[in-house]
Each structure stands twice: as structure tokens, then as C-alpha cells.
Design a protein around this ligand. Structure first.
Ligand code: FJE
Ligand code: FE
Length: 327
């Protein structure tokens, strides 16, 4: 048996079999990991309305998927710019008009089109296909996120901050598409928004240690990705279908979230005839109480009440609220 497998593996020779992260026999059903991650939960992110005429598929943050420390929300959003004049009525552009955040980070990764953001400190810009904006709201941001083109799609992830970081100064890390490290091996491409994969590292600084990998796998490919053993992690499928964790499990189709067990890595196969695109997101759990009121995320109800007061009266980071409106 050993030698049959050996011969099959030679017939199936591919260079990456000998790379350090993939030095195992792909014809065997053995996992390359000591503690392979399993799929604990599979949830479909159904469409719902959010903001002002935007549609989101909420993966993390829906009632079935609330406690995935440090993650608070993952939205696969679609913000359309409707015609300004339609049937003699005037419709405003759909998007996310002026709103606050405190106590966490938002990561926006664009899949199509663009989003124009403006904040109360004068920060302004448009992120487009493949670009990422990593925004640390910290003590407070008020901003608008509005569609820039006819069709605008992306992912927005909310990552909690630990108590010691909740009231830090707001900060932006913006990476245009061409500055996101990308690697490719045998039909598997990864874009490293945060963390490391295939030996390439993202320059993004994550206050809550996080991995954010965007994979594109051609038909007939497989990949085995290391993940820090104690981090919580999940997959969200953007398009296509894939087999996750066990080679003989049934494929999962687009718009599902897969919550993974702890372990040192995840195996993925694209046995379909179409490309598979998904994000693999992981983070070190913060292990603190979470009190959330919409876009305010603190550790206790009294801190939420304090935050609402700060916002209403323009204090402790929300001073510019009184003077600013987006254009
Ligand atoms: C929102 C608070 C918010 N999903 N996906 C309350 F912050 C938001 C919000 C978003 C958002 C923005 C983008 Cl660009 C993408 C998102 C929620 O801004 F919709 C509600 N209801
Ligand atoms: Fe926002």
C-alpha cells in the first residue's frame, strides 16, 4: 500500500509537494496537520437591508453567529447607485450615510466598484476593487461610506479591540490593491490582507492579532493553510464551491460561513469546474465581556451609556460631531 501510494504520488508530481508548507503526500488521505481544524457550523448569510438602500449578507453577527471573539460582524455588502431620477421621483444614492463607531476596527475589502468615505476629521477617499481600508475607530469616528460607481460590492469585517485599546486615537491603514502582498502556487492564489501565507506577509498592523486571507482556487486544486492553533477562525465563500476540512465531506456553496474548530490548519479542495473564491479569517480571542449597541462596542452596559452620552454631547472623541456633516 505504501509503495502504491508512493507511485501514485510520483504520477501526480507537482512542485509544491516539496515546498516547506506542503511537504506531504497529496494522494494520501492523511492530513498534513497535527490538529486539523474541523467545520463546527455552517450558516447561510441571507440578504437583508442595511444603511440607506444597501443590501448585506451578514455572516458573522447574525443571531446564530454572535460569539466568535474577536469578530463582531462580517457583511458581504452591495451598495447600488440608483438613477437619481426614476419615475418622476428622486432617489438618493444607497449607502451608509453619516454614522459613528467606537471601540473596534472596521476592515473594508472591495470586490467590485468603489466606496467613497469621508470622516469628521477630514479624512477622505475612495477605495476600489481589490483595495483595503483598515480603520481603527478607537475612541470615535463619525463617517459616511457611499457608493462611488453603479455597482459596488465588498466585505466589511468588524474586529473588536481589547479594553486597553478601545479609547485609542482613530487610525487608518489603507492599502491599494497593488500593495496587497499576493502569492500563487499551482493554481491557488492568495491575497494577504493581514497575517502571512505562502511566505508573504501583510504590512498591516493588527492591534488584535488577525489573519485575513483572500483565496482564489482554480478547478482541481487543493490548499493546506496553517492557522495559529488557539485563534478562532472562519471561512466565508464569495463565489464557487469548495470542500473544507475533510476530503470526503460534501461541498459548500457561495455565501456560507463555516466556523472552524481550534487546530493548526485547514485543508481545502476545489473539486468543481469553476473557480472558488473565499476568505479565511482568524484572530486571537480577546476573552473580555462584550457590550454592543449598534456601532458602539464596549465591555459593559455602563460604558455603552457613557458612549451614547459622549456621542450626543460631542465629548471624549466625538467633539467634531457638532460641526461636521458629510458632503
Ligand atoms: C449600519 C451601523 C453601521 N455593514 N458594510 C448600523 F455602522 C452600519 C454600517 C455598515 C456597513 C458599511 C459598509 Cl461600507 C459595509 C456595512 C454595516 O455602516 F449599516 C448600521 N445599520
Ligand atoms: Fe462605518
Amino acid at each position: 500500500m505504501r509503495s502504491l501510494r508512493h507511485h501514485l504520488s510520483l504520477l501526480n508530481w507537482r512542485p509544491y509537494l516539496f515546498s516547506p508548507t506542503n511537504s506531504f503526500n497529496t494522494m494520501s488521505s492523511e492530513s498534513p496537520f497535527n490538529t486539523p481544524r474541523l467545520v463546527l457550523k455552517k450558516v447561510l448569510a441571507k440578504s437583508q437591508h442595511e444603511g440607506d438602500g444597501a443590501v448585506v449578507r451578514r455572516g458573522i453577527g447574525r443571531s446564530e453567529l454572535k460569539n466568535l471573539d474577536p469578530f463582531l460582524m462580517l457583511d458581504h455588502f452591495s451598495a447600488l447607485t440608483p438613477p437619481y431620477v426614476f419615475d418622476f421621483s428622486v432617489s438618493p444614492p444607497g449607502g451608509f450615510p453619516d454614522h459613528p463607531h467606537r471601540g473596534f476596527e472596521t476592515v473594508t475589502y472591495m470586490l467590485e466598484g468603489g466606496i467613497t468615505h469621508q470622516d469628521f476629521g477630514g479624512h477622505k477617499g475612495t477605495i476600489r476593487t481589490g483595495d483595503v481600508q483598515w480603520m481603527t475607530a478607537g475612541r470615535g469616528i463619525i463617517h459616511s461610506e457611499m457608493p462611488a460607481e453603479a455597482n459596488n460590492k465588498g466585505l466589511q469585517l468588524w474586529i473588536n479591540l481589547s479594553a486597553k485599546d478601545k479609547m485609542i486615537e482613530p487610525n487608518y491603514q489603507e492599502l491599494p490593491s497593488e500593495n496587497i502582498p499576493t502569492a500563487e502556487k499551482d493554481g491557488v492564489e492568495v491575497r494577504v490582507v493581514a497575517g502571512e501565507a505562502m511566505g508573504v506577509h501583510s504590512p498591516v498592523y493588527t492591534r488584535t492579532p488577525t489573519m485575513f486571507l483572500v483565496f482564489s482556487m482554480m478547478p482541481g486544486t487543493e490548499w493546506h493553510q496553517n492557522i495559529p492553533e488557539s485563534w478562532n477562525s472562519f471561512v466565508y465563500i464569495i463565489e464557487g464551491e469548495g470542500v473544507f476540512s475533510c476530503p470526503n465531506s460534501s461541498p459548500t456553496v457561495a455565501h456560507h460561513v463555516l466556523v472552524l474548530s481550534l487546530g493548526d490548519g485547514l485543508s481545502v479542495w476545489n473539486n468543481s469546474s469553476k473557480p472558488l473564491r473565499f476568505v479565511l479569517i482568524g484572530g486571537e480571542p480577546i476573552n473580555e465581556p462584550v457590550a454592543q449597541y449598534g456601532p458602539f462596542v464596549m465591555n459593559s452596559q455602563s460604558e455603552i451609556e457613557k458612549t451614547i452620552e459622549d456621542y450626543q454631547h460631542g465629548r471624549n472623541g466625538f467633539e467634531m460631531r457638532k460641526y461636521w456633516r458629510s458632503q
